[in-house]
Ligand binder design. Structure first.
Ligand code: GAP
Length: 511
């Protein structure tokens, strides 16, 4: 990760994404719409590469995982059976004065205790430094109110833990004053719509809040047609929608996002912990294979008392984002809950006949579930670097470079004629572009000085640059004819290679 401080780094990444056509605010010309993002020309390629890498590694290169693409809008009973209609909620709190809305579990407060006496409350929003910020606020509170005595260490709690009598005394994070926060109430995050011409209760349907239910609902169909045998998985990539109360941190928490989920079905008496561990390790290795540093990853085991009653265990792979260590990939052992729920609600059995064990059972499931956008952000955070490089005149300047793994870089190679007003150079460069283009994404650029062109590609993470110069034309001797300069982004090293060798050199390095 870059050496800049965290807030700074996030600002730089957001700005680069906008400036270079990775990610834009959705509907920006109308003032934007909160929680929705558009992927521009380079963002679309980066996202597609992440998705393709996952699909290749998760589905195509395995014998035991098959793919699925279920519809986004499904029968509303799916979401009743899954528990989403009744329980897919976040605790919401309103500030009656500022009209701002918060997630109760993202407001942290503490009593201010001086010489054993409760003298008031302080509040902060979730951050990397909750305890430190609350302590600082408690000290300021005591000083401003000129309270004498010894301040005791603060004890952070989140707003869902506030007692009814405490709520009027806890300051709003928006105004800093107590008395304006409402008690938390459950807010269902499902986006509703209507199917068909009628707009009444009978026509209500939902945009899916996760892709997972498609795999459970189609479990029998895949089983009956796919020649799959337990243990096996069904994987899906697709859009999910959640009416998040507080979308934030750029694309980290959005209202429309893309998920890559896989349901891995195992025998009811199989060692679920072994498979759980297997998939945690697989996910971790996969993240490293697309350029995320192992040091930025950690594991968080959900405490037993906070798990849903059916869950055997959930571990999140956490990433150190600039705004804090946050969930990137959840790996859940969900028992047979989902299949059993759908069997009960639909009346269709969801059993598997195991011809090795000679018995019939409802399979259990391990579910690795991740958001493409969260991976993309983690990759950008890992790849963003500012280093020093010589400019055209040899003077050192700051270079911004995205050290993207070549597997996922939006552009694999940039092709440059040294000068744009020399038709022989342009012609040769276009021949090289056309030679490479069937095999990889190529960007052809003839505008401005060569150094500036290299910098532009460094900033968008293009791992290789190929320059066609007068040597290529054989002007310095026949031995250099039809050779080009191949420049590597990270080291900025340049080597002379034959055009006829170029494809063989580049292909294994970008795949
Ligand atoms: N089927 C299980 C499931 O959906 P989840 O933890 O709610 O579990 C899985 O979501 C993953 O989807 C998360 O780990 C995260 O990577 C991504 N995700 C969830 N909500 C998101 C949001 N609002 N914006 C972006 N990504 C999100």
């Amino acid at each position: 990760m870059a050496e800049s401080n965290s807030a700074d780094l996030m600002d730089k990444i957001v700005s680069l994404c906008k400036r270079r056509g990775f990610i834009f605010q959705s509907s920006e010309i109308y003032g934007g719409i909160n929680g929705f993002w558009d992927y521009g020309p380079l963002g679309v390629e980066l996202r597609k590469n992440i998705r393709d890498c996952w699909w290749n590694d998760m589905v195509r290169r395995r014998d035991d995982v098959v793919g699925l693409e279920s519809s986004i809008i499904m029968h509303p009973k799916v979401w009743e059976a899954s528990g989403h209609v009744g329980g897919f909620t976040d605790p919401m709190v309103d500030c009656k004065v500022s009209k701002q809305r918060f997630r109760a579990d993202q407001i942290f407060f503490s009593t201010v205790i001086v010489d054993g006496k409760n003298v008031g409350y302080v509040t902060v929003l979730e951050s990397e430094r909750i305890a430190e910020e609350l302590q600082e606020k408690a000290e300021t509170f005591k000083r401003k109110k000129a309270i004498q005595g010894k301040l005791e260490p603060i004890q952070p709690r989140d707003f869902t833990e506030a007692k009814a009598e405490e709520i009027p005394l806890i300051p709003s994070p928006a105004t800093g004053e107590p008395g304006s926060l409402t008690p938390p109430r459950a807010f269902n995050m499902m986006f509703e719509t209507y199917v068909g011409a009628l707009r009444d209760e009978s026509a209500v349907a939902y945009l899916r809040p996760e892709t997972a239910q498609g795999m459970f609902v189609d479990f029998k169909a895949v089983l009956d047609t796919g020649r799959v045998k337990i243990p096996f998985g069904i994987a899906q990539v697709g859009k999910s929608f959640r009416n998040e109360i507080t979308p934030r941190n750029f694309i980290f928490r959005s209202r429309e996002f893309e998920q890559m989920e896989m349901e891995y079905f195992i025998a009811d008496d199989d060692d679920w912990a072994k498979w759980h561990r297997y998939w945690i390790d697989w996910c971790r290795e996969w993240l490293i294979s697309v350029g995320i540093f192992a040091e930025s990853l950690s594991e968080y085991d959900h405490p037993k008392e906070k798990l849903a009653f059916y869950s055997k265990g959930t571990t999140d792979l956490m990433f150190k984002y600039p705004f804090g260590v946050q969930e990137l990939w959840g790996i859940a052992a969900r028992g047979d809950y989902d299949l059993t729920q759908h069997a009960k609600a639909s009346g269709q059995p969801m059993e598997y006949f195991d011809d090795v064990k000679k018995k019939r059972y409802v399979p259990h499931v391990i579910e690795p579930a991740v958001g493409v956008d969260r991976i993309l952000l983690a990759i950008l955070c890992s790849a963003y670097v500012e280093d020093q490089a010589p400019d055209e005149k040899g003077k050192m300047e700051t270079r911004t470079v995205l050290k993207l793994h070549p597997r996922i870089a939006p552009i694999k190679v940039a092709v440059f004629p040294l000068l744009k007003n020399k038709p022989e150079l342009v012609k040769k460069a276009q021949e090289v572009r056309d030679l490479l283009r069937p095999y990889m994404t190529v960007f052809y650029d003839e505008a401005s000085a060569i150094g500036r062109r290299y910098r532009r590609q460094d900033e968008v993470g293009t791992p290789f640059g190929v320059t066609i110069d007068f040597d290529t034309l054989g002007e310095k001797g026949p031995e250099l004819a039809d050779t080009v300069t191949l420049r590597e982004r990270d080291t900025m090293k340049q080597e002379r290679v034959k055009i006829s060798d170029l494809l063989g050199i580049l292909l294994p390095r970008v795949r």
